[in-house]
Design a protein. Structure first.
Length: 244
């Protein structure tokens, strides 16, 4: 089983933009999601994007004048982000998302953790630590917004094989293997090499987090929680820092 960062480095990052349907299409989804979740976003805000990837949400934040810290452990995806963000106020940092407070000079207006990044954390204690850090890092009224997949109901038999994307030269299929508190994700990649197909498989672990558990853990840290449907079947949770 690879670590999350090794899995991205060796397997997923080089095909990530292809998997997401290409940069422009993915960015358009990010732009639209930012408009939906932050209709009041104003220039001068401070934002953090945890597990920012190639910038699907960090770039829209920057385009709206929000000074954004974009953290990720994938050097490959951050390089894409830097290249695409050009002169936007987006600072791409290679590092673990739990280290974000060290890069914040003031309380944040918004902290994002989008696209199932939350489930990549190694255990529930790390998730709870992240919630403490986000609660401390937000200004009163500031929002911590996350989207993630609910893996609590186990798929069975052939339904555990998920076709992710395919074209004439590449096929990505995901196979899910369920354990009590996590799911082992096997990313099965076929790539055409001349007349032949080459198979590469890499596996990593995601947490099975229920929306109820996540909501309760956030409330315990002093955040008011709203839950709604996110993109592509994900759960979206908007947690607002209460108090003066
Ligand atoms: C499924 S992708 C989501 C990317 C982006 N947020 C989006 O919505 O397109 C998860 C991202 O989180 C990053 N990641 C996973 N665990 C991380 C960690 N502990 N610290 C920083 N980044 C992490 C991965 O490198 C990857 O870019």
């Amino acid at each position: 089983m690879a670590s999350v960062s090794d899995h991205y480095q060796a397997h997923l990052a080089p095909v990530y933009l292809w998997m997401a349907g290409g940069f422009e299409a993915a960015l358009a989804r990010g732009e639209s999601e930012i408009d939906t979740i932050l209709p009041d976003l104003a220039p001068g805000w401070t934002g953090v994007d945890l597990g920012a990837g190639f910038g699907m949400h960090a770039i829209p934040l920057g385009r709206r004048g929000c000074s954004t810290i974009a953290l990720d452990t994938s050097a490959h995806l951050l390089e894409e982000l830097r290249r695409r963000a050009e002169r936007l106020p987006v600072r791409a940092i290679e590092g673990d998302l739990l280290s974000f407070p060290r890069y914040l000079d003031s309380k944040a207006d918004v902290i994002l953790c989008m696209g199932d990044t939350l489930t990549h954390l190694p255990d529930r204690q790390s998730v709870e630590s992240l919630f403490s850090l986000t609660s401390d890092g937000l200004r009163p009224g500031g929002r911590f917004i996350m989207t993630f997949r609910d893996y609590t109901s186990a798929l069975e038999g052939p339904r555990r094989f998920i076709p992710v994307r395919s074209d004439d030269d590449r096929i990505l299929t995901c196979f899910l293997e369920y354990a009590a508190d996590h799911v082992d994700v096997h990313d099965v990649l076929h790539e055409r090499e001349g007349p032949q197909w080459k198979l590469r498989v890499s596996s990593y672990r995601k947490l099975r987090l229920s929306p109820e558990w996540v909501s309760a853990a956030l409330e315990e840290k002093g955040l008011a929680v709203r839950r709604e449907p996110g993109l592509a079947g994900m759960v979206r949770i908007v947690a607002t820092k209460t108090g003066e």
